[in-house]
Design a protein around this ligand. Structure first.
Ligand code: KG4
Ligand code: ZN
Length: 361
């Protein structure tokens, strides 16, 4: 057995300040996640400036707690892995500066990790999945199908051309008066609703390929809400539950159908490795997980969904991605700079809405 390697991971690319200590035998010695929901609640979404300041205040506490919980010291670490992008740049810089400081003080090597690679490699931490596999990465900022060939090798098969599903969950929750983050609140509300009461669209379902769109679906919910407000002066509790159930079912249908397309494309090239994994915050949604599981069963493909706490943002996935890069001696191959944009597959064509500076992720 090769020697155990241990890495401290740091994550601060959105609104969770996180630190974790993970070993290459897949033991998570500690994982600390300090959310900032209370700081952003009054604004109805994450405010980048507030997030950056909160990360700067909370990072050293999170790192100290992660080390203390793990029973190890900084001197016991083999390296420090930090999210270097993509994300809100102020938060990413806070994490990178913290990691640079720790590395300078301890002499430990630094590994810059792509946040999306952290999500995409999580099924190897939790389930020892072998390469290659098909990954549906579905979060607040991202939605894409990736063939994961290795820790630094990904092929993008398709993704959203506008909103990410988590973003759509958050916006629909907001327009129906539910608290943020909208995903869990909307899921709870949907349990009491009738998904068939309102006819909501399934965008791009008939278009070949595995690109998706969620922005029109969000607008359709807005229109239904406004029609109700015009007709009856407001929306009832039951209207709200029905809209939530209808929206969640539409997202689930789109993700399921597009997963069938992505699987067909993936299996053409990788028939020996029939595996679909899901990660990212929206993978915490039970209806969506169940739908993807059914798609996998029908296609006779193994399905992996990490535990909920490792689907949403955390630093254990960053430490793990660091260990994977460490194992292939990736140190220093890419300069450690904070990047707001950092596509996993740089060869994939730019998406609609990716702007002059190219694809975000
Ligand atoms: O991966 P994540 O923690 O952060 C990034 O976006 O990278 O994902 C957060 C997103 C939020 O938009 C949140 O509303 C959504 O995941 N989410 C959910 C659920 N739990 C979190 N969406 C639907 N159902 C859920 N249960
Ligand atoms: Zn994330």
């Amino acid at each position: 057995m090769t020697a155990i390697r241990t890495i401290l991971g740091i994550e601060s690319s959105c609104d969770d300040t996180a630190a974790a200590v993970v070993q290459n035998d897949r033991t998570i010695l500690s994982s600390v996640v300090a959310g900032q929901a209370d700081l952003h609640a009054a604004f109805g979404g994450v405010v980048p400036e507030i997030a950056a300041r909160a990360h700067a205040e909370k990072l050293d506490i999170a790192v100290a707690k992660a080390l203390a919980d793990s029973g190890k010291s900084l001197a016991d670490m083999d390296a420090i892995a930090v999210t270097a992008g993509p994300g809100l740049i102020g938060g990413v810089i806070s994490g990178v500066m913290m990691a640079r400081g720790l590395a300078a003080g301890s002499g430990k090597p630094l590994i810059g990790v792509n946040h999306l690679a952290g999500h995409a490699l999580t099924p190897r931490l939790t389930d020892d999945l072998t390469f290659p596999y098909l990954m549906l990465l579905v979060s607040g900022g991202h939605c894409q199908f990736l063939t994961v060939h290795g820790p630094d090798s990904f092929t993008r098969l398709g993704g959203t051309i506008d909103d990410a599903p988590g973003e759509a969950f958050d916006k629909v929750a907001r327009l129906l008066g539910l608290p943020q983050p909208g995903g869990p609140a909307l899921e709870q509300e949907a349990r009491k609703g009738n998904a068939n009461h309102f006819a909501l669209p399934r965008p791009l379902l008939k278009r070949p390929g595995c690109d998706m769109s969620f922005s029109g679906l969000k607008t359709a919910v807005l229109r239904e809400r406004d029609k109700l407000v015009d007709a009856q002066g407001g929306i009832t509790q039951q209207n709200r539950s029905d809209l939530c159930a209808g929206f969640q079912t539409a997202v689930s249908d789109v993700l399921a159908q597009k997963s069938r397309c992505a699987l067909a494309e993936y299996l053409k090239l990788n028939p020996e490795n029939p595996a679909l994994a899901v990660a990212g915050g929206v993978a915490a949604n039970i209806q969506i997980r169940d739908a993807l599981q059914s798609v996998s069963m029908q296609a006779r493909v193994a399905f992996t969904a990490p535990p909920l706490a490792l689907c949403t943002d955390n630093a254990a996935m960053i430490a793990w991605a660091g260990l994977e890069l460490d194992a292939i001696n990736h140190h220093g191959l890419i300069p450690l700079i904070a990047r707001p944009r950092w596509p996993l597959d740089a060869t994939s064509p730019a998406m609609l809405g990716s702007g002059k500076k190219g694809a975000k992720a």
